[in-house]
Design a protein around this ligand. Structure first.
Ligand SMILES: [Zn+2]
Length: 84
């Protein structure tokens, strides 16, 4: 079976699903790793550090832009966990 191709919501590049980081929003207020159900979105490893990524996430997930700083913090946590 071919490897599924998915799009990074920040840079819009289409790459193999397994090289992307799959995340989802929780209660329209924070970002967590995908838990296996519900809507999700993808980020490539370069874009997880991109300064505009939190903004893009707010748009895609319909999160209030005033929560952008929270999303930025969540992204930092996600980067830490992902490196392990
Ligand atoms: Zn990207």
């Amino acid at each position: 079976m071919p490897i599924p191709i998915r799009m990074c919501i920040q840079c819009k590049s289409r790459v193999a699903q397994n090289s992307l980081i799959r995340l989802q929003s929780q209660d329209y207020s924070r970002i967590v790793f995908y838990r296996g159900y519900g809507r999700s979105f993808y980020l490539c490893k370069d874009c997880i550090n991109h300064p505009k990524t939190a903004h893009s996430i707010c748009k895609v997930c319909k999160i209030d832009k005033r929560l952008k700083d929270v999303i930025d913090e969540n992204l930092k946590e996600i980067i830490c966990h992902h490196k392990r």
